[in-house]
Ligand binder design. Structure first.
Ligand SMILES: [Zn+2]
Length: 274
């Protein structure tokens, strides 16, 4: 009985999001993104890897975000408000596509239903690179969302797991790389990306979630992220990750597998700082 209720939520929530980007959903062909960020909650990607998404969108890559839940357990705002805020943030970041799986907030996990939903979206979006939540974080959905993402990224490449999209059998797909972004808890990154030129865009995408963050005109119960100090924390974190590389602001990432380098000069800093 419980499963039936959840299933209807998956479908309706996803349909709602697709209707917001009809031009980005032209037919049943795969979306074919270059980079896809998977996030347990709407605003996770904005806080953690939106500068990186904006940077790559500006370079011409096709970027997207799939939120696992609608953040319905958030203290402030409503799921409908979060949908609208997520759509606004998608425009700010120049995303090609954004979807929402409608998984239950607070209960993101690796049940077969949840894994299959993520496999379906991976096979639809066919990303080369996936970004996902931190392996462990303040909100337990972040760690479980990371586990869900990694499991689905692997299993999406298994031919014997059959999935269908709009009634048509999907092709297998496995992203070439999966990286964790870093959100709340401090984690030493394996590499950082210079987002200095996209810092303002990152802030604007976060501010699109007006119901969640500090805004002097927004009255509501104070939460962990709704204070003015939270903005200073975001800046401090990005400066810390940039420090030592010559980047004023950076986002940090953790690798999940060995990275193959074919040109050592690709690893030289693109800054004047030595
Ligand atoms: Zn979150």
């Amino acid at each position: 009985m419980m499963m039936a209720v959840q299933k209807s939520v998956f479908i309706s929530a996803f349909a709602v999001q697709l209707q917001k980007w009809p031009s980005a959903y032209p037919n049943l062909l795969p979306m074919k993104l270059d980079i896809l960020a998977l996030a347990s909650h709407p605003d996770d990607a904005e806080m953690s890897c939106s500068g990186t998404l904006a940077l790559h969108a500006q370079m011409g890559y096709r970027t997207g975000i799939v939120d696992f839940t609608r953040g319905e357990l958030g203290t402030r705002g409503t799921p409908e408000l979060r949908d609208a805020e997520a759509a606004e943030a998608a425009k700010i970041l120049g995303l090609t596509w954004r979807g929402n799986l409608g998984l239950p907030d607070g209960f993101v996990g690796t049940t077969p239903d949840q894994v299959i939903k993520v496999i379906e979206v991976l096979r639809f979006a066919q990303p080369e690179v996936v970004l996902c939540n931190a392996p462990s974080d303040r909100h337990p959905d972040h760690g479980s969302g990371a586990e869900l993402a990694i499991r689905a990224c692997f299993m999406a490449g298994l031919a014997k797991i059959e999935t269908h999209w709009e009634g048509q059998k999907q092709q297998v797909w496995r992203p070439k790389q999966v990286f964790h972004y870093i959100q709340d808890q401090l984690i030493k990154p394996d590499f950082v990306i210079d987002i200095t030129n996209h810092w303002d865009t990152k802030l604007a995408s976060i501010k699109a979630f007006k119901s969640q963050f500090y805004d002097s005109s927004n009255e509501g119960p104070e939460t962990y992220i709704s204070t003015p100090e939270f903005w200073r924390f975001l800046g401090s974190r990005a400066m810390e990750y940039g420090h030592g590389t010559g980047a004023q602001y950076a986002e940090g990432f953790i690798k999940t597998r060995q990275m193959l380098v074919t040109n050592l000069l690709d690893l030289t800093p693109k800054t004047t700082l030595v």
